[in-house]
Structures are given as structure tokens and as C-alpha cells.
Design a protein around this ligand. Structure first.
Ligand code: AMP
Ligand code: TRP
Length: 330
């Protein structure tokens, strides 16, 4: 069975960009693959944080993933810092990763530009990401489009390590991204991608009223000043892409027709979107509320996930240590 790995930062509440770009795909893929899904708290500490807050956000992320449909009896769902082999392998990979490869990562350039003092963890972030994936010898990584460059680096790392320490039969596979049809969900501003750090998100667990308060003022095709003006769905930066993600195909076809013919105003269109979003999101919100009240179950699930992950991680590290001569005292 092919093996998949993916990670998500413990940002607290999932937003619909995470859900549509990654997590929904994980839920579908867990049935056909041996799956590892990791809440990457070591990645999260590369930006400012408060310890108590990080702890809460980590648990909330576990709740969000389970409520979205991840099944702990199929997939190993765990917290990165519970499996110390991640940081061990990351150190090793740091020694075979050219500095130039890290400096040209777009996310490094963006993040470091925003800070006065740049910590080394921001630069080495994608090396830890390569370790996450390769520790499980995963060849498929379901992520959103923003992670494609990081995965290129994971392939460079795999290739470099194989060339030095496993030249005849490559030990590490070269992992490939697996994108969804909704690989980049725009934020409510209609410009940047939906992102917690920009503050343009719709939370996966927000109430129907909260979601409506965000949809109501969202920008649409600027050519539609009045309800009677015809519009073009392709120029509608938020509402139309969300219809494509949440509404059934016949409704999407109707949206296109009613927009071009000015049969619907933008408010009608937003109301239809809201109804279809709630059809999908309400069961998730209800499950999350139930899980929130049963924290011991969530903790037990994370422990079991880490136990299963460690079995694989230890095996990989045994091979890595042997091939690199790091096993002298054994
Ligand atoms: P993060 O919250 O940055 O850890 O992202 C978790 C996953 O969600 C990654 O696979 C991202 O590629 C994906 N993701 C985050 N934001 C978006 C977005 N606006 N559209 C599509 N996918 C996204
Ligand atoms: N960098 C990813 C993000 O911000 C999170 C991540 C860490 C990840 N390790 C990973 C994603 C391994 C896929 C595979 O979304």
C-alpha cells in the first residue's frame, strides 16, 4: 500500500482553505493508503508563541482533524514533538542541504522580510519538513499549492542523502505533492490566499451566523454595480470559487447562468452558497463540539498515533544510523 504523510501547523481552528486544500483530501485518501498525519508543533515554534496557547491550539487542531473525518483507527494522527526522531533526522539532513537551496525558498524570503531578527529555525523549516516526510518513507504528500516548493526541497534532500549513503538502491523515495482541485482557496479579501496570518479566513467551526456575516460583504465581480448588471463568474474572486468547492455541479451551472443573465443578484448567490456550505460544515461543527467535551479520548488517540508513528520512525533511524556510521557504540 502506498504511504502518505502530511502535516499541519497547530494554528488552533482549521479554516476552509486548510480544509478544502488539504484535510478533505486526507479524509478521502486515508482509505486507500497507509497514512500519517502530523500536527507539526516544532514548525509552529519558529514564530512567536505562548506555551499555554500552543498547548491549546495543538489539542484544538486534533479535534478539528477528527471532526473533519480523519479516522484514528485507519490513520496515525499524532503530534510531532511526541516522536523525537523528527528532529534527529532534521539535524542529519541539515548537514547535506546546501544553504543556497534554503535561501531561495519563497516562504523563507517572505517570512524573514517581516522580521527584524531572523532566527535559524525559519531558514531550516523546510529541512524539518523533509525529515517529517522521509522518516516514514512516504512517497505521496497531500498538500495545498503553497507547499510545492518545500516538497521540491524534500526531493533534493532525499537525492543528496541517497547519493552519499545509499548509492546503489535509493533508500529514501522522492516524495511528490498531491494537490486537490481546490489547491488555492482565496481569502475573503479576494486577493491573497486564505491564511490565518492575513486574517481573511472563514473558520471551519464558525456558526452559520458568523459565516454569513463574513460572506455578506465579500467582494464580487466589480462590473456588477446593480442587481440588473450582468456578471462574469470568472471575475468573482471569492463567492464563485467557493460555490465550486461546496455546491453540487448542477448548482454551479445554475450560478454561472444566473450571474451572466443577471437572473440572481449577488446576495441571492451568496445565500445559495451559504446553504450549501452549511450542509457540509454543520455535521463537522457538531462533531467538534462533542469531541471538545471528551478531551481524554482525544489525548488517547494522539498517544496511540505517536506510538504507531514511532515504530516506523525508529526503523528508519536504525537504517540511517547504520549507513552513516553513527552506530559505533551499539
Ligand atoms: P498550514 O495551516 O499552513 O499548516 O497549512 C495546512 C495545509 O493547508 C497545507 O497543506 C496547505 O497547503 C493547505 N492550505 C493552507 N491555506 C490554503 C489555502 N488558502 N488554499 C488551499 N490550501 C491551503
Ligand atoms: N509547512 C507545512 C504548512 O505550512 C506544514 C508541514 C510541516 C508539512 N511538515 C510537513 C506538510 C510535511 C506536508 C508534509 O502547511
Amino acid at each position: 500500500m502506498p504511504r502518505i504523510f502530511s502535516g499541519i501547523q497547530p494554528s488552533g481552528e482549521l479554516h476552509i482553505g486548510n480544509y478544502l486544500g488539504a484535510v478533505k483530501n486526507w479524509v478521502a485518501l486515508q482509505h486507500e493508503h497507509e497514512s500519517f498525519f502530523c500536527i507539526v508543533n516544532y514548525h509552529a515554534i519558529t514564530i512567536a508563541f505562548a506555551p499555554e496557547d500552543l498547548r491549546r491550539r495543538t489539542r484544538d487542531m486534533a479535534v478539528g482533524l477528527l471532526a473533519s473525518g480523519l479516522d484514528a483507527s485507519r490513520a496515525a494522527i499524532f503530534v510531532q514533538s511526541d516522536v523525537p526522531e523528527h528532529t534527529e533526522l532534521a539535524w542529519i539532513f541539515n548537514t547535506i542541504t546546501p544553504l543556497g537551496e534554503l535561501e531561495r525558498q519563497v516562504q523563507f524570503k517572505e517570512k524573514s522580510a517581516r522580521q527584524e531578527q531572523v532566527m535559524a529555525g525559519i531558514l531550516n523549516y523546510p529541512v524539518l519538513q523533509a525529515a517529517d516526510i522521509l522518516l516514514y518513507l512516504a512517497d505521496t504528500v497531500p498538500v495545498g499549492e503553497d507547499q510545492v516548493q518545500h516538497l521540491e526541497l524534500s526531493r533534493v534532500v532525499a537525492r543528496n542523502w541517497n547519493a552519499r549513503f545509499s548509492p546503489d538502491v535509493p533508500f529514501f523515495p522522492e516524495p511528490q505533492p498531491k494537490l486537490t482541485p481546490t489547491r488555492r482557496i482565496p481569502g475573503l479579501d479576494g486577493q491573497a490566499k486564505m491564511s490565518k496570518s492575513i486574517g481573511n479566513t472563514i473558520g471551519l467551526l464558525e456558526s452559520p451566523e458568523q459565516v454569513w456575516e463574513k460572506l455578506r460583504p465579500a467582494v464580487t465581480d466589480p462590473a456588477r454595480q446593480r442587481k440588473t448588471d450582468a456578471g462574469e463568474p470568472a471575475k468573482c474572486p471569492v463567492v464563485y470559487p467557493l460555490h465550486r468547492a461546496f455546491s453540487p455541479p448542477p448548482v454551479v451551472a445554475e450560478v454561472e447562468e444566473k450571474c451572466r443573465s443577471a437572473g440572481w443578484g449577488c446576495m441571492d448567490c451568496k445565500k445559495a452558497l451559504h446553504a450549501h456550505m452549511m450542509d457540509e460544515l454543520t455535521p463537522i461543527r457538531v462533531r467538534a463540539a462533542e469531541l471538545h467535551d471528551r478531551p481524554q479520548e482525544v489525548d488517547a488517540m494522539l498517544h496511540e498515533g505517536a506510538r504507531r508513528a514511532r515504530l516506523v520512525a525508529r526503523e528508519t533511524m536504525d537504517t540511517v544510523r547504520t549507513r552513516m556510521g553513527l552506530d559505533a557504540a551499539q
